[in-house]
Design a protein around this ligand. Structure first.
Ligand SMILES: Cc1ncc(COP(=O)(O)O)c(C=O)c1O
Length: 468
């Protein structure tokens, strides 16, 4: 490697003689055989050449080429212009906020000792029984046993209409949405997104060069009428009907029917992101929008990265029959198939009833965490924060007095080790409300309470200073 580096850098010029293998071996204090092997490798790669009776020399063929490398290396390295898509992606990378691990980072989950133990057991079992069929290529849509389990769960828990063949296992919502965009939309197509809405979906649509139109959300969810007025020719809409991101409102039945009627009449599609629907704490369970769809206009997207843990990277889409070949084709072209072993573990976790029990336990735990957060904020910052306690999901919104900037509050909180997300960031065209998005699912009560108290004192301090 040293000889190779010296040749490439020009320190050893073409034609230069290398020490004999004996001299090199004694200089380095290694066996001569090792040097002979290394010289053979350099010979095979074309760095050196042997001349009978004379020794080993840096290959004369490299003359001219090495100089170029050297000259290039000597120049100061200027940043090169990158292609426009690369710039867009790099900007996105920088904008990712949140302080991982600190309350109230959103999107985190907890795994109790029971689930951890069962998970370990199933992983070991899967690893021990690994066979030839687990090591090769499998179905791009996912293992049939997992698709069956997901299908059974969705029919029972979310009133989704499906058969196992319609389930396409993905790496999560993110990938399912990406595939849906590729399948449904061409560059320049109009599409509706919720305003405020999930920023990653918006970013994905921009990346695909479609034209996302932000459609306002009111207490009944996305305002379909405004969508029709703003972009009547939209080819698709991306919605979070059971727990709107970030506001938490549920799409009302009249709006659901309006959306379905629009999709049916216009030939558009609805992508339903049903994230975190497993965690419903009170009120009647809302069935999925897909369950109301008689015309196969809905792609339903769900994730196990929320119900289990984000590092799992397993989610799914329920795809209308007519779109299935295209969806599977795109899935195959992107990354061929989901990983076999983790699918096996999840399938067993679901089949053996552990998933349902895990959800029941976590629901109880998250409810307690939600209540501890809401109660502490209400007690310590009443008058400054209007806490919207959600019936579902993994985060809540604490609205601020509209004179108080949520971005400034986010910065102040971050300085004190409390991670909050200013919801004004999620607004596009609608007048933003000032509020904080707080994830309660990832932190036990004993962490939630002091962090909530700290946040309350930050907010009351800021509120007093603007009143003065
Ligand atoms: C609206 C919404 N959908 C989906 C997800 C989950 O995405 P994934 O399955 O890719 O982890 C999140 C995570 O924060 C989310 O907020």
């Amino acid at each position: 490697m040293q000889v190779r580096a010296a040749v490439v850098s020009g320190a050893l010029a073409p034609g230069a003689k290398l020490p004999s293998s004996r001299a090199m071996a004694s200089g380095l204090g290694v066996a001569r055989g090792s040097v002979v092997d290394a010289y053979r490798q350099l010979l095979a790669e074309g760095y050196v050449e042997g001349r009978a009776g004379a020794g080993t020399f840096v290959s004369a063929d490299l003359r001219g080429l090495i100089c170029t490398v050297r000259r290039r290396a000597a120049r100061t390295v200027k940043p090169r212009p990158v292609p426009a898509p690369a710039r867009a992606l790099a900007e996105f990378e920088r904008s990712a906020p949140q302080m991982e691990g600190q309350p109230f980072t959103t999107g985190r989950t907890l795994i109790d000792a029971r689930t951890a133990e069962i998970w370990r057991k199933l992983m070991h079992r899967a690893a021990r029984s690994i066979g030839a069929s687990d090591l090769g290529y499998t179905e791009p849509g996912g293992l049939i046993e997992l698709r069956r389990s997901i299908c059974d769960y969705l029919r029972a828990a979310r009133a989704v209409r499906c058969d196992p063949q319609q389930i396409v296992v993905t790496a999560g919502t993110q990938q399912a949405v990406d595939i849906a965009i590729r399948v449904l939309l061409s560059p320049g197509d109009d599409v509706w997104v919720e305003d405020p809405g999930y920023p990653l979906t918006h970013a994905q649509l921009l990346l695909a060069k479609t034209r996302p139109h932000p459609i306002p959300v009111d207490p009944q969810g996305i305002v379909v009428e405004t969508g029709l007025r703003k972009a009547s020719r939209a080819r698709a809409v991306f919605v979070t009907p059971s727990h709107q991101f970030p506001t938490g409102v549920a799409l009302s039945m009249p709006r659901r029917l309006e959306l379905l009627a629009w999709a049916r009449a216009s030939g558009a599609f609805i992508v339903e992101d049903d994230y975190a629907s497993e965690f419903r704490y009170s009120g009647p369970a809302l069935e999925s929008l897909q369950g109301l769809d008689e015309d196969e206009r809905v792609i339903y997207v769900g994730t196990l990265n929320k119900s289990l843990f984000p590092g799992l990277r397993i989610g799914y889409a329920v795809v209308p029959h007519g779109l299935l070949p295209a969806f599977l084709g795109a899935r195959y072209l992107m990354d061929r198939q989901p990983p076999t072993l983790s699918q096996k573990v999840v399938a067993e976790f679901m089949q053996e009833g552990y998933f349902a029990a895990h959800i029941r336990r976590m629901r109880q735990m998250y409810r307690e965490q939600r209540d501890a957060l809401a109660a502490t904020l209400k007690r310590r910052a009443s008058g400054c924060l209007d806490v919207a306690v959600p019936d579902q999901g993994m985060h809540l919104i604490a609205y601020l007095d509209h004179h108080l900037s949520d971005i400034a509050t986010e910065t102040a909180a971050q300085r004190s080790g409390v991670s909050v997300r200013a919801i004004s960031r999620f607004y596009r065209s609608a007048v933003p409300r000032s509020g904080l998005m707080l994830g309660f699912s990832g932190f036990p009560r004993q962490l939630v309470i002091p962090a909530a108290a700290r946040l309350a004192s930050i907010v009351t301090g800021l509120q007093c200073s603007i009143q003065r």
